[in-house]
Design a binder for this molecule. Structure first.
Ligand SMILES: [Zn+2]
Length: 322
């Protein structure tokens, strides 16, 4: 274990120092740079949150206002966000900034999921929700927290509807967080191994065109993620949380591998945690072995391709940051 970590640190240092690219300042770089955030959690507002509690007497609205302002400040022009029905609807209707959808499944015992109207929806219920066109994404997947594998039959309707409506799906594909850090009362059956992306294989065999993106690439399941991405050209990834919480020596070599394996054009920007947009922008910006073009691709172009944005949508986004 120790040896492996040392080796990782060593190779990370060598690779980083051998190919540093000259960089302009982050402020200059970000000027007119549209950004797509592929990972946001739509939740209720929290009355004790000091960032937004003063903005509106309706605390849900206060959170929405703060989030929209923060995204605007950071040139974010599109956000994929998942939540439970009530709040996913609220965000979907609030502004075209959000491509909202359902987390799956939600859990009645999880505070952040309140209100979890229904833990599992049927195929016809999902069909109704997605047919209306308000919902444009699915995820984050929560089945590892809930304690079931992706092949659980209660999840079948989600895969089916996602394929039918060509919906992008965010899959939690890292073994983190460690069991000790997960609230046992909220998630009594939490099983981190159910996030192993290898377990998606039978689902992809049945629905080979699913537009999946693997959340939290760069950690323990990096090899499995690479394999899946090689087998399915439409599968993309992002490195949120892993790149913010784990040592760079652990995840950076895995990001380099993504490029050396020819998959760098499938990496997208994501923040995941509330109030970390700027921090996550800096994490990508500080990867000084990437060219400016590669960084711009991560911030916008790769996601635009993955999401199949139209030329007019792209034009609209660029105009927003002009
Ligand atoms: Zn998340």
């Amino acid at each position: 274990m120790k040896k492996k970590v040392l080796k990782l640190i060593f190779s990370g240092v060598i690779m980083a120092s051998s190919s540093t690219i000259a960089q302009e300042t982050i402020e200059n770089f970000l000027k007119n740079q549209p950004i797509i955030d592929m990972h946001f959690h739509i939740t209720k507002g929290y009355g004790d949150n000091e960032k937004y509690q003063h903005l509106n007497t309706d605390i849900d609205k206060a959170k929405l206002d703060w989030v929209m302002e923060d995204y605007k400040k950071n040139n974010v022009v599109l956000v994929l966000g998942g939540g439970t029905l009530k709040y996913a609807k609220m965000y979907a209707q609030a502004d075209s900034l959000f491509w909202a959808g359902l987390i799956f499944p939600c859990s009645k015992t999880v505070e952040q999921d309140q209100p979890c109207e229904k833990e599992f929806y049927t195929e016809s219920e999902l069909g109704e929700l997605y047919k209306m066109g308000n919902f444009k994404s699915l995820g984050e997947s929560m089945f590892n927290y809930y304690g079931i594998p992706p092949t659980d039959r209660r999840l079948e309707p989600y895969w089916k509807i996602a394929e039918e409506f060509n919906i992008p799906i965010g899959i939690h594909a890292d073994s983190g967080p460690p069991a000790a850090r997960v609230n046992k009362e909220e998630n009594p059956n939490y099983n981190p191994t159910y996030a192993n992306p290898e377990l998606l294989k039978p689902i992809l065999e049945k629905y080979p065109n699913l537009r999946i993106y693997l959340m939290h690439y760069g950690g323990e399941y990096s090899e499995q993620s690479l394999k899946l991405m090689k087998a399915y050209p439409q599968i993309y990834c992002e490195i949120s949380a892993v790149s913010m919480f784990m040592p760079k020596e652990v995840w950076e070599p895995n990001v380099k591998k993504l490029y050396s394996e020819g998959l760098g054009d499938r990496l997208m920007f994501a923040s995941d945690y509330f109030d970390t947009v700027r921090k996550n922008i800096e994490i990508i910006y500080n990867l000084d072995w990437l060219s400016q073009k590669q960084k711009r691709d991560i911030f916008y172009n790769n996601a635009a391709r993955f999401l199949e944005l139209s030329a007019s949508e792209i034009k609209e986004h660029r105009k927003k940051v002009d």
